[in-house]
Design a protein around this ligand. Structure first.
Ligand code: NAD
Length: 732
């Protein structure tokens, strides 16, 4: 069955409908391109056809390119992958260029047939690049539709002509938020930005596109860039106005990416160089830069983690094979910061929620979090009052445990206190039906210990959200000693309902994400004590692609929380506690009331309004700057190794059973250098032998926490990589 079908109407308009069988959204494949080319070729050759409309048989136009295919294109190219990828891309350019030229005489630009794109809904990536090659873009007035080129977010850039066409259409300045940030717009905003041409009522979409195709004059279908008198909006780089755009864009790209994302730089190069040459040469330049990005290990790693593996995990790659466990009615115990957020995202997903707290006032306050969330969105015209009322009606805020009758999942988010948690567990289980699964959102207490309070430990599990719940994409699912498969499936199905990404980990101190991020913060604080310039620490972190330096991060999460965790860890570990040097900095900060952002004072200084001013000057007077400052790479490696070695140890300990979860979880959970594809992706880039050698050097210089894990040493000896050894299969 073809992905594109052609129908002709009596007026002589050929409608080419994209409708990939068996998928809810169109995704472009190699076969899809061939089908499109065939159908367009047929319509152009048919003398009865006067105009063409390319549309979709689904609610949306297309979700993008199947990135698995890009990965395959490279793998299958044999000895010369660059040549294989480049040739493949040039073929795609050829297909879209045939659409754009629409059978015209190349010299006179006469004789072509008008081709309109008609988008019923979302058009992303190739789903916008095809329309950009058409002569006019119509979109249905569907405010939920998203239109844009989000490629940069997974480490590539629009490489099917989208870069070259959008810059030719809008100018470098106009195109830059769409290309460099992957900004998506609804149809009205996309029209205002000049990306598409007309927004029409959904019911009239096809009729309006057809009418245009029949009425279009020969000059309407010649693209400005194919005309002799074409001038790029805003000017080319050799024109004073255009020059300034490129200077600004280069600075912005370097400021935002710190030079670690090859795609942004390559995109800018394609735009700059492409602007200096004729359109067809610009397409070739775009293809070359796109090839260079696809062959860069960072892009491979980003596509692998942020697209292929993220999707695999969301679709239940590690879900036990038990019946559908979708949640119908949810109980949330504790309406504080986390409980209120969990209620919000669940009610948003259409789930009925019973939100319980100790007092009616506290329960109601939790519910107002959802109201406030919607008020903000309504203010920004992103939602309606009806939607707010509909979602709020799903939340029953109460103190009455009897309301839990009929819930099939309970998530507990009361105070981090084992006794309080045990009390509410018993109370809730007394009301909930025998099949109900009970989950705790604890950050630090062992799941298996909390399960002791449950009469049904096989149905007891950890579902660990991150704060703020509505923004953070990762959810850790923690198996206790006795947790059964149905509970795991329930948690996974729930996470899927609320559209987050799950990883399943074993019960151990700090689970996975916090286990890795705490050492990162601690390493930064240790360096302060050693007299390393705080700015060097923070900048080194940014230069390796961490979203926040360790000192800023502890300010954001709060220094007293750090102290609390340190004290609890010390109590649990006794003499083996390794972080005294960290406490020597952290505890006095807390005692002096410097608790981080929340007290407007921490490792950074803040003004009265809470704006961060810069690193706190008092640090350098307390911790004299060492006469000799470490090499930048040493600081960078300390900050990264201290996290990735913890990830390797989590794999060795069986806390992680799948490196895909380790990588995806790290990026989504704590923003681990996304360009690297995650901790295991980064170690694979370094190569195990070099990584092991660096561990030895760091251990010698800075201590045992950098000791090379047994697994990494073994892989270094055998010349293995993590993805080579574990790939998409579970670790032994
Ligand atoms: P919070 O103090 O904001 O909220 C706790 C809520 O539980 C309060 O509203 C309190 O009134 C209520 N409560 C206490 N005892 C109760 C009882 N017996 N019956 C009903 N309600 C009761 O705390 P939080 O930050 O939302 O954290 C809740 C849980 O989530 C903790 O276990 C915490 O470790 C965990 N957690 C917190 C974060 C975070 O960043 N804050 C992140 C992940 C997990």
């Amino acid at each position: 069955m073809s992905d594109f079908t052609l129908t002709k109407d009596a007026d002589g308009v050929a409608v080419i409908t994209w409708d990939v069988p068996g998928r809810s959204m169109n995704v472009m494949s190699t076969q899809g391109f061939a089908d499109l080319d065939t159908q367009v070729g047929q319509a152009l050759a048919d003398p009865e056809v006067k105009g063409i409309v390319i549309t979709s048989g689904k609610d949306s136009f297309a979700g993008g390119m199947d990135l698995n295919i890009i990965a395959r294109m490279k793998d299958e190219a044999g000895d010369d992958p660059a040549r294989g990828v480049f040739d493949g891309i040039m073929q795609i350019h050829g297909i879209l260029r045939r659409i754009e030229r629409a059978g015209m005489d190349p010299k006179t630009l006469k004789g072509g047939k008008p081709i309109a794109a008609a988008l019923p809904g979302t058009g992303l990536g190739i789903g916008l690049e095809i329309p950009l090659a058409c002569h006019r873009i119509f979109a249905a007035d569907n405010p939920k539709a998203k239109i844009g080129l989000p490629e940069i977010q997974v480490g590539i850039f629009p490489g099917a002509g989208g870069t070259t066409r959008l810059v030719r259409k809008l100018g470098a300045l106009g195109a830059s938020p769409l290309l460099l940030e992957g900004k998506l717009n609804d149809p009205q905003k996309a029209m205002a930005a000049g990306v598409i041409d007309e927004v029409v009522p959904a019911g009239e979409l096809l009729a309006r596109a057809k009418a245009w195709a029949l009425a279009a004059k020969p000059e309407d279908i010649v693209k400005p860039w194919d005309r002799k008198d074409y001038k790029m909006p805003g000017g080319t780089p050799y024109n004073p106005a255009g020059y300034m755009t490129f200077v600004g864009a280069s600075a912005m790209v370097n400021g935002k990416t710190m030079g670690v994302y090859p795609a942004a730089k390559a995109l800018l190069s394609a735009v700059y160089e492409g602007a200096l040459v004729p359109f067809d040469v610009a397409l070739k330049i775009e293809a070359r830069w796109f090839t260079s990005v696809l062959l860069n290990p960072s892009s491979t790693a980003m596509i692998r983690s942020l697209f292929i593996n993220k999707e695999a995990l969301e679709k239940g790659a590690n879900r036990p094979a038990v019946a559908d466990q979708k949640v119908k009615k949810l109980g949330v115990l504790g309406a504080g910061m986390m409980g209120a957020g969990i209620a919000l995202v669940s009610a948003n997903a259409g789930i009925e929620v019973v939100l319980i707290d100790a007092t009616q006032e506290a329960a109601e306050k939790g519910k107002t979090h959802t109201a406030a969330y919607y008020d903000k969105r309504i203010g920004r015209k992103q939602d309606t009052a009806e939607k707010k009322a509909e979602v709020l009606a799903r939340i029953n805020a109460t103190t009455d445990y009897a309301a839990l009758a009929g819930v099939d999942l309970i998530v507990e988010a009361v105070f981090e206190d084992q006794k309080v948690k045990a009390e509410v567990t018993a109370k809730a289980e007394a009301v909930a039906g025998p099949g109900c699964i009970f989950a705790t959102n604890t950050s630090t207490l062992p799941i298996s210990e909390l399960a002791l309070a449950s009469a049904r430990p096989a149905q007891f599990i950890g579902i660990h959200f991150f704060s703020p719940v509505d923004k953070m994409l990762l959810v850790e699912i923690i198996r206790g000693r006795e947790t059964g498969d149905v509970a795991v499936a329930k948690a996974l199905d729930f996470v899927r309902q609320i559209r987050k990404t799950p990883i399943v980990v074993k019960d151990a101190r700090f689970f996975y994400a916090n286990r890795c991020i705490i050492p990162y913060i601690n390493e930064g604080i240790r360096m302060v004590a050693e007299g390393v310039a705080p700015a060097l620490i923070e900048n080194a972190a940014k230069l390796v692609g961490m979203p926040l330096g360790p000192l800023q991060l502890v300010d954001e999460t709060s220094i007293d929380l750090g102290v609390k965790i340190a004290k609890a860890t010390k109590a649990a570990m006794g003499k083996a506690y390794p972080d005294k040097a960290v406490d020597a900095v952290l505890f006095p900060m807390a005692e002096a009331g410097r608790l981080g952002r929340k007290s407007n004072a921490g490792f950074y200084a803040y003004d009265d309004k809470g704006n961060r001013l810069g690193l706190w000057g008092g640090l350098e007077s307390r911790y004299a700057r060492a006469a000799e400052q470490p090499d930048l790479v040493d600081v960078e490696h300390r900050l990264l190794f201290v996290q990735v070695l913890e990830a390797v140890r989590a794999l060795e300990d069986g806390v992680l059973t799948d490196i895909r979860e380790g990588d995806v979880g790290a990026i989504l959970g704590w923003g681990f250098a996304p360009w690297s594809g995650g901790p295991f992706g980064w170690l694979d880039m370094l190569g195990a032998p070099y990584a092991a050698e660096r561990c030895d050097e760091l251990e010698k210089a800075y201590g045992l926490r950098f000791a090379c894990p047994r697994l990494l040493r073994e892989m270094a000896d055998k010349g293995q990589s993590f993805y080579g050894r574990f790939g998409a299969t579970k670790a032994a």
